[in-house]
Design a protein around this ligand. Structure first.
Ligand SMILES: Nc1ncnc2c1ncn2[C@@H]1O[C@H](COP(=O)(O)OP(=O)(O)O)[C@@H](O)[C@H]1O
Ligand SMILES: [Mg+2]
Length: 232
């Protein structure tokens, strides 16, 4: 099936963006949404925890209140269930591309890697909540914890998780590395320790190489477009 000679995807593509705080996810995800829209895709740009009114309320509790690791995991998966049912699944069903700033790999990296929470319990919750749904592509922005901390300090006041130690973020990074090793076909590791333009080029290539997108995005054509500058 083609539109004006360009192949179009029949069912929605689910792309998640992962990495420790300060890795540069939000800076790139807006540009990615704009780039895909330029090429005719309906894009739903969303985030976790959050993405629906209920899940955003849970996000506020999650980011502000102290709680134990199981409570944290249950809150995140409760928010994810609402997000999947009300926003993500309907969008994929109508053929939209869903771009999500963080998803379940973050739960494994933060609650599993960072907090040391039981990975088997997380896997069980993942199965219940997602009923087999997984992203088609996960862009993992990989950056050393100390560089991420420098970027965060220059950018914004820290929330509850961002006040954690370098050692914590290093554990989170290792948590992401384990998830990546466990699903190499789904993950694209992006070296985030590069200038923004290089990161952006790697993002475009990873999306263009994704099986769900092959032929449906045009990297060389897009180079002629002026990509939206990543958000400051
Ligand atoms: N490639 C890069 N090089 C230097 N600084 C960057 C780069 N990408 C993002 N930044 C800056 O780092 C800070 C954190 O970026 P952000 O996109 O908010 O990260 P995240 O969403 O992963 O927490 C922002 O000030 C952003 O402008
Ligand atoms: Mg962000």
């Amino acid at each position: 099936m083609t539109t004006k000679g360009r192949p179009v995807i029949r069912s929605g593509c689910f792309i998640t963006v992962e990495g420790i705080d300060g890795a540069g996810k939000s800076s790139q995800v807006d540009a990615l949404a704009a780039w895909l829209r330029e090429q005719g895709h309906e894009v739903v740009l969303t985030r976790e925890p959050g993405g629906t009114p209920l899940a955003e309320s849970l996000r506020a509790l999650f980011l502000e209140r102290d709680m134990d690791a199981l409570t944290e995991a249950l809150l995140v998966f409760a928010a994810r269930r609402d997000h999947l049912c009300r926003l993500i699944e309907p969008a994929l069903a109508r053929g939209a591309t869903v771009l999500c700033d963080r998803f379940t790999d973050a739960t494994f990296a933060y609650q599993g890697g960072g907090r040391g929470f039981d990975l088997d319990v997380l896997s069980m919750l993942e199965g219940w909540v997602q009923q087999g749904r997984q992203p088609d592509l996960t862009l993992w922005f990989d950056l050393p914890a100390d560089e991420a901390a420098r970027r965060r300090a220059a950018a914004r006041p820290a929330d509850r998780l961002e006040r954690e130690t370098l050692a914590f973020f290093d554990q989170v990074r290792q948590g992401y590395a384990r998830r990546c090793a466990g699903a190499p076909g789904r993950f694209a590791r992006i070296d985030a320790d590069q200038p923004r333009e290089r990161v952006w080029a790697d993002v475009q290539n990873a999306v263009a190489n994704c099986a769900a997108f092959t032929g449906a995005v045009n990297v060389s054509g897009a180079a002629a477009l002026s990509p939206v500058p990543p958000r400051a």
